[in-house]
Design a protein. Structure first.
Length: 438
């Protein structure tokens, strides 16, 4: 290795003398050869450019998992690829990736392939890298995060493994290429990628290598520079993957909670309880359920959203769970109670179902899932004859829906209309006036 590369890697990784050391010929490997991929491979061969499968698809094929996406790496530069594709009248899409060396040809107007020029990271700032192109496969492997992600696969089945990633994969071992501290400083999101891949590859929950956890602790504050959307994307996969509970606790032990939108002292007892209880429910589970368990109050739910930029559904579900969970078994006991909750303007049926799941109410959850919501016999137009407009229409309709639910959904439109005058009087009464019993 050159002195510059050693400086980049921190410490020289253990390297194979012969990286092209084995071949595969599995069903998973053969299944990737669509007519489109074969046409692309033939094209690169025609122009004397090397093309190999890179990264995650190699790892999946070696694990006998059908790869979802196939990333390709090549010795051709972006300009050389564009010239080749233009000559061959191959359409290219998504020009955004070109500055990072990625060209996306669409073959036979049927299948897209991301093809990236071999590159090295010249400068990194913990989030992004300035790159330089190379034709050296080992240099490209050097810049990758984990040994299991640094392998290439030729289209003849040859596995190219420079840093014993193949052996690490067989041993279910998750380690960085070279020095973990240096790798993390190049891109702080690798902190979370480590835990995600640990969940996918490791054979037990507690086989982390000490020096890696120490490097993660030392670089945890770098996550403050990473966008909430990128953090949440990784966290979701960690939470619902293997060892989600144990990995979250390990991340907390590494002092990462506050950089992920969580309180400095999350509610670990409630999180433990939820993880155990959800084992009785069929998967998948919303990742936001686990995050809600770690929160103590609505202020923390708001902070979580502010940091992670949750979707509207995730934000509102987290708030709903945190606000309503204390009422379970106290105010909410029967199926009717939860059916009525579904009718509240601040609730959605999906939120109520998730509240039951969160609260380990398996029977009530099944009953509510099976419940077919009857059709409410009134709409806002029916109230116009009472002179109601705007918000008052919604308020009266909400009260009527609750009365309808109390009747086991039996009251008809005429019976409900009879209740409207009393409801209007209640709306006009000063605050604190007792409601008239229906």
């Amino acid at each position: 290795l050159s002195p510059e590369l050693v400086a980049q890697l921190g410490k020289p990784p253990k390297m194979r003398d012969n990286p092209a050391f084995t071949r595969v010929d599995s069903d998973e490997f053969r299944s990737i050869f669509t007519p489109e991929l074969e046409a692309l491979v033939a094209l690169f061969k025609k122009y004397n450019y090397e093309l190999r499968i890179a990264g995650g698809a190699v790892r999946d094929i070696l694990m006998k998992i059908q790869p979802k996406d196939i990333d390709l790496a090549t010795t051709a530069t972006p300009d050389e690829m564009k010239e080749m594709f233009n000559k061959e009248e191959v359409r290219m899409i998504n020009a955004k990736g070109e500055k990072h060396g990625t060209i996306t040809p669409r073959i036979n107007n049927k299948e897209n392939f991301e093809v990236t020029t071999l590159r090295i990271d010249v400068r990194t700032d913990g989030r992004h890298a300035d790159v330089a192109f190379t034709t050296d496969w080992q240099l490209d492997a050097n810049r990758r995060d984990l040994t299991i992600n640094s392998m290439f696969l030729g289209f003849d089945g040859t596995v190219y493994d420079y840093f014993y990633g193949y052996n690490d994969l067989q041993q279910h071992r998750i380690v960085f290429v070279g020095d973990a501290d240096v790798r993390l400083k190049e891109d702080y999101l690798r902190t979370l990628r480590y835990f995600r891949f640990y969940g996918r590859i490791a054979e037990n929950a507690h086989s982390h290598e000490k020096d890696i956890l120490e490097a993660i602790k030392a670089n945890g504050d770098g996550l403050a520079r990473i966008s909430g959307e990128r953090i949440w994307s990784e966290l979701q996969k960690i939470l619902v993957g293997n060892y989600g509970r144990e990995l979250l606790l390990e991340m907390h032990n590494c002092s990462l909670s506050k950089y992920c939108g969580l309180p400095a002292q999350p509610n670990l007892k409630e999180f433990d309880r939820l993880c155990a209880d959800l084992d009785t429910f069929e998967k998948p589970h919303y990742p936001i359920l686990f995050m809600a368990a770690l929160l103590h109050n609505v202020e923390e739910a708001a902070s979580l959203h502010e940091r992670l930029k949750l979707s509207a559904f995730e934000r509102d579900l987290a708030l709903f769970i945190v606000q309503q969970r204390a009422r379970v078994d106290d105010e909410y006991k029967s199926l009717l109670d939860y059916q009525k909750l579904c009718l509240q303007p601040y609730a959605k049926r999906e939120y109520v179902e998730q509240l039951l799941k969160y609260s380990n109410k398996e029977e009530l959850y099944s009953q509510l899932k099976a419940w077919k919501t009857p059709s409410f016999p009134l709409n806002g137009n029916a109230l116009k004859s009472f002179g109601l407009t705007g918000k008052k229409v919604g308020l009266v309709l909400s009260e009527l829906r609750l009365l309808w639910a109390d009747s086991n959904f039996q009251l008809g439109s005429d019976e409900l209309m009879e209740q409207v005058p009393d409801l209007i009087k209640q709306l006009q009464s000063p605050p604190g006036t007792p409601k008239k019993k229906q």
